[in-house]
Design a protein around this ligand. Structure first.
Ligand code: ATP
Length: 294
């Protein structure tokens, strides 16, 4: 469904991507993984045909360099945070249906598909973050594209909205959509991904199955944090925005740390005025299951 060969993108002297080669088969759900600045967004922007690049890239058999508009039509794109005019939900879907030249009945269909039908008469400004992301997904589905591309789609969502959103994407994947998404959250990569492409400084470092990611990357050391319940969602957001790999687990959160970077997540939380109840360092490949902390 997608082939990239020697994909390279330079911004002046910075090589945002260099010689990245991969293939994504129809029906896969592939996660792009990497630290801030690794090249995930650049890869997605190349797929969308919204920026120039060197190398070869095709989507659904269409050459992105030569026919960017046609290749783009094969993709439904969901950004990290979509901006909408403040219309009603159903008007928004109808507006984009006209823009994308989709049949008018598709507007109601896609709202149903993302479980927004009962909110159709609400104004967009009244929607929660999770509902707004569902609306962005509905818009991406209007033209029934074979591929969905999502750039950290749950980065700003609370834990429940994140899980619900990922479940919807999973259903779409099982129904046949090819999914490409970037993420900082190990739990969602494991829940949704069938394969992971790991980028590092613009290069494809390795490919693996989601459940191999932690051990392949040597993510052996974790800081386990206990955060008051009402601050948990915000702390996941802050940690994600600061480039930390997180894994919520019961009442605690695991944050991947390097030997010399143990206090960096604590500092990020402190700067955001998020209280920390307790923390401990945990060494090991696999995250312990369950939660024994009283
Ligand atoms: P993040 O998780 O922070 O979104 P990313 O993996 O998506 O990171 P990219 O946004 O693809 O990373 O950036 C890759 C590299 O290219 C970085 O070094 C970044 O600074 C650089 N870069 C990206 N866009 C531009 C631009 N428009 N001009 C100059 N440099 C850029």
């Amino acid at each position: 469904m997608i082939t990239a060969k020697n994909l390279t993108k330079r911004y002046g002297k910075v090589a945002a991507l260099s010689d990245v080669t991969f293939t994504i088969e129809a029906g896969e759900a592939v996660a792009l993984w990497g630290a801030n600045g690794a090249g995930k967004t650049t890869t997605l922007r190349c797929l969308l045909g919204v920026q120039g690049f060197e190398g070869a890239l095709s989507v659904n058999g269409i050459d992105v360099q030569r026919h960017s508009k046609a290749a783009r039509a094969a993709i439904g794109y969901v950004p990290q945070e979509a901006a909408f005019y403040d219309m009603r939900v159903d008007e928004t879907a109808q507006f984009y249906a006209r823009l994308k030249k989709a049949a008018p009945h598709r507007a109601a269909e896609v709202l149903e598909q993302v479980q927004l039908s009962e909110h159709a008469s609400k104004r967009v400004s009244m929607l929660s973050g999770g509902m707004k992301q569902r609306l962005a997904l509905a818009v991406a589905l209007l033209a029934d594209p074979p591929v969905l591309v999502l750039d950290e789609p749950t980065a700003n969502l609370d834990v429940k909205a994140q899980r619900d959103f990922i479940r919807t994407i999973q259903d779409l994947n099982h129904a046949g959509k090819t999914v490409v998404f970037s993420s900082h959250r190990l739990d969602e990569v494991i829940a949704l991904g069938t394969r992971v492409l790991v980028l590092s400084e613009g290069k494809l470092l390795l490919e693996c199955r989601p459940n191999e990611l932690a051990s392949k990357l040597g993510l052996h050391r974790w800081l386990r944090l206990w955060i008051p319940h009402e601050h948990k969602d915000n702390s996941l957001r802050v940690l994600g925005q600061n480039g930390f790999t997180t894994m919520p687990n019961g009442t605690s959160i695991y944050v991947q740390v390097n030997a010399d970077g143990k206090i960096a997540p604590l500092r990020s939380l402190q700067q955001a005025s998020i209280p920390i109840e307790d923390f401990e360092l945990v060494d090991g490949d696999l995250m312990p299951q369950g939660d024994s902390h009283a």
